[in-house]
Design a protein around this ligand. Sequence first.
Ligand SMILES: Nc1nc2c(c(=O)[nH]1)N[C@H]1C(S)=C(S)[C@@H](COP(=O)(O)OP(=O)(O)OC[C@H]3O[C@@H](n4cnc5c(=O)[nH]c(N)nc54)[C@H](O)[C@@H]3O)O[C@H]1N2
Ligand SMILES: Nc1nc2c(c(=O)[nH]1)N[C@H]1C(S)=C(S)[C@@H](COP(=O)(O)OP(=O)(O)OC[C@H]3O[C@@H](n4cnc5c(=O)[nH]c(N)nc54)[C@H](O)[C@@H]3O)O[C@H]1N2
Ligand SMILES: [Mo]
Length: 781
Amino acid sequence: MRQRELTAAHWGVYEVDRDAQGRARGLRSLPEDPDPSPIGLSMWAAYQDALRVQWPAVRRSWLHEGPGARPELRGREAFVRVPWTRALELVAHELERVRSTHGNEAIFGGSYGWSSAGRFHHAQSQVHRFLNALGGYVRSVDSYSLGAARVLMPHIVAPMEELMASHHGWDVMQANTRLLVAFGGIPAKNSQVTAGGAAEHRVRSGLAALAAAGCRLVNFSPVRDNFDAPEGTVQWIPIRPNTDTAVMMALACEIVRAGRHDSAFLASHCVGFERWATELEGRHDGTRKDADWAEAISGVPAQTIRALAHDLCSVRSLVNVSWSLQRAEHGEQPFWAAVALACVIGQVGLPGGGFGVGYGAANILGSPHTRFSGPTLPQGSNPVKSFIPVARIADMLLDPGGSFAYNGAQHRYPDIRLIYWAGGNPFHHHQDLNRLARAWRKPETIIAHEQVWNAHAKMADIVLPATSTLERDDIGFATREPLMVAMKAIAAAPGEAMNDYDIFAALAKRLGATERFTEGRDAGAWLRHLYAESRERAKGAGVDLPDFDDFWQQGEFRLPPASRPVVMLEDFRADPLAHPLRTPSGRIEIHSGRIASFGLADCPGHPVWRAPREWLGAAKAAGHPLHLISDQPHTKLHSQLDFSTYSRANKVALREPVVMHSQDARARGIRDADMVRVFNERGACLAGARVDDSTMPGVVRIATGAWWDPTCVGEPGSMDRHGNPNVLTQDVGASGLSQGCSAQSCLVQVERWTGELPELRAFALPEFETKNGSGLADLTR
Ligand SMILES: Nc1nc2c(c(=O)[nH]1)N[C@H]1C(S)=C(S)[C@@H](COP(=O)(O)OP(=O)(O)OC[C@H]3O[C@@H](n4cnc5c(=O)[nH]c(N)nc54)[C@H](O)[C@@H]3O)O[C@H]1N2
Ligand SMILES: Nc1nc2c(c(=O)[nH]1)N[C@H]1C(S)=C(S)[C@@H](COP(=O)(O)OP(=O)(O)OC[C@H]3O[C@@H](n4cnc5c(=O)[nH]c(N)nc54)[C@H](O)[C@@H]3O)O[C@H]1N2
Ligand SMILES: [Mo]
C-alpha cells in the first residue's frame, strides 16, 4: 500500500488524491477525522481558477505618474502588467523613498489577516520579518477576533491565549458538567476552523457526548441554529443582541439575593465582589439589576432567569460566551460578566465547571491534546514604537497625529505614506467599508501580495502574485491538534506567482538586507531550521519528534494526547497562593482597581450593562428596526474561497443570503429567494432573502466574506452588489479600553429590490492595460 500523503489548511488536514499515473487530482477528507470540514475540499479547484493573480500588476496612474497619483481611482482604473524585475525595482525603490523621506514610521505593516496554514510560508510573519529587516514599521495590536477580550482578560484573570489553550477537555466536561449555559451558541460551523489545521474536529461529537451524559444544554442566542448538539437536546432562549451582559448580571443578582453565592470562593480567589454586589443591588443608581430589570432589556422572561439562577448553583455548571459577544460596543462587559458570574457560582477551576470563553469559536477549545509551541518564524525586532489597535486603521489614515486611548494610556496616530499588506483582506474584515475606501486614499502607495483578484488586490497600487499552500513545501501544525504534517507542494504555481518569502528575499537583496532577512537560508533550509527549534521545545513538553528527514519522509507525525485531563484553572483553584494569576492581586478581579484607575466612562472598574449606540432598544431603531448580525460564514473562512463552487452554491441568485424571520419578511412584502436591499446611513448592499425562523423577529443575519463589489468606490450612494455586511457595520471602538471592533452593534432596514439586478462584478478580473491589448488572454489556461 502506498503511504498516504497529507496537506493542511485552516479547515483541516486533507489527503492528497492521485490518479493511476501519480498525478495529483484533488483532496480527500482525513479518514480518522470524526467531522471533517468540506470547505478545504474546494481548494484544489479554486486555486486553479482564472481569478488567481498570475503576474505582477501596477495601477495605471501610479505607474505613469508616480506615488500618490489619483488615489481616488484605486479600485476603478486599469492595471498594467509588468515583469517581475520591474515590479521588484518599483517596490524596492518606493520603500527606500518613503523610508528615507519620512522614516519607517510612515510605513504601515500591520497587515492583519489569516493568511494560510503552514508554519513557514505564513504571510503575516513574513511581511513583519521583512519590514523589521528594513528598520521597522507601524504595527497593529490585538485582533478582530478578540479585540475587547485580549485587552480585558489579562487584567481580570489571564491572557486569552492562555485560557484558550487550557479549556476543560470535552472528556472532562462529559464526565462532570451537568448544566452548560451558552451565550451565542457553540457552533460546529466555526470550529471547522483552527489556525494551522484541525485534524480532529471535536465540537459536534463533544456536544453529542455531553447530551448523552445527561448534561442540560441552554442557549441564549438571537439565532436558533448555532448550538450543534443533537436535535431536541438544546433549550433555545431568544435574546436581543448585545444584551447578554444584562442577563448575566441578573443571574448573579438573583443568586446573591437568594444567598446562594459562594462566599468562601469569592473571599479566597477573587477581589472586588463587594463592589459588584453594590452595583447589582443598585445602591448607587437606585436600580437593582435583577431578573425583571434584565427582562426589559433583553426580552428574556424574568422567570426563566430566576429559574436558571437557581439551577446554576445546584449542579456542576459552566457558562460559555462566544467571541461574537465582545465584537460589539462595550464588548468587554459580557466577558467580564461571565467570569464574575462564574465566580459567584463558585465552580471556577473544578472539573467541567466555571466559565468558557469560546467553546465552538475554534477547534482548539476543549482539545485533549498536548500543548507545545510548533515551528515559528522569528519576526525580528521592531524599533518603531507607533502602533494601532488593529480595528482603528481607518481612524489612523483619516486622522494622522490624532490621539486615541488604549489600555490606560493615550497614543497618537502616525502619518502613513505606504501600506504593505500580505495575508489579509481589509476590504473583507474592516467595518464601514465606504469609510475605509475614503481613508484608503490617504497613503501614497499601497502594495499587496495576493493570491486572487479580490477587492483587496483591486484596491492596491502594486499587486504581487503569491503562491497558495498547495504550491510550496511547508510544515502544518496547530497547537493541541494530534498531527504535524509535512505539506509537500502538490501543484504548480499559476503564471509567475512566487512565494511571499522569495518575493521578500528578492526585495531584501535590492535593499541591502539579505543577511538580516534570510540569514543565508532558502525556504528548504528554513523548514529544517524551524523544525529543529520546535523539536527542542517539544522535548520540554515530553514529545519526541523524529528528526527532520524522517518526518519529511513519513509525511506526518502523530502527537500523543496530554498526559492528564485538562481542567481550566485547576492549579489556581487548588492553591491560589502557590499558583496565583498574573493579575495585580493574583486573583480573579471582579472589580479591577487598575481598570477603574483608567477613568474611562465607557469601561468602569467592574462589569456593567451599557446600551450600545445601535441595538434594538436604541432611538435609531425607529428608522432602522432590524439588528444585523454578521457572523462567520459556514462555507468558507472569511473571504477566503468565497469564489469556490462550495461557497457559491450557498448564495441566492449569486448574492450572499440575508436570513430573516417570516414576520419581518411578510411586513416588507419579501418572500424567500427575493432580492433585497439592506441599508442604513453608512451604506447598502444587495442580498438574497432566506426566510426561515432561525433568527428571532427583529434580527437579520448576513455572514461575512462576500467579496466587496461596490458600484462606485468611496462615493456617496455606492451600493455593494454582493452582500458584504461590512458596508453596513459601524467603525467605532468597543470602548476606550480596548478599541476592539464592534461589528455586532448594527441596525439596518431591509426592502425588496424591485429594480433591475446589476451584474455581479465581484468575481470579475479588473481591467488590464498591456502592450498587446487586454491581459485577459494571459489568464485563461
Ligand atoms: N462584520 C464583521 N466583520 C468581521 C468579523 C465579523 O464577525 N463581522 N470577523 C472579524 C474577524 S474575527 C476576523 S479574524 C477578520 C478576518 O479577516 P481576514 O483574515 O483579513 O480575512 P481573510 O479573508 O481570511 O483574508 C486572508 C487574505 O489573505 C490571502 N492569502 C491567503 N494565503 C496567503 C498567502 O500565503 N500569501 C498571501 N500574500 N496572501 C494570502 C487571501 O487570499 C485573503 O485575501 O474579519 C473580521 N471582520
Ligand atoms: N467556517 C468558519 N469558521 C470560523 C471562521 C470563518 O470565517 N468560517 N472564522 C473564525 C474566526 S477568525 C473567529 S474569530 C471565530 C469567531 O467565533 P465567534 O465570534 O463566536 O463567531 P460568530 O459566528 O461571529 O458568532 C457566534 C454566534 O454568536 C451569535 N451572536 C452574535 N451576536 C450576538 C449577541 O449579541 N448575543 C448572543 N447571545 N449571540 C450573538 C451569532 O448569531 C453566531 O451564531 O470563528 C472562527 N471560525
Ligand atoms: Mo477572527
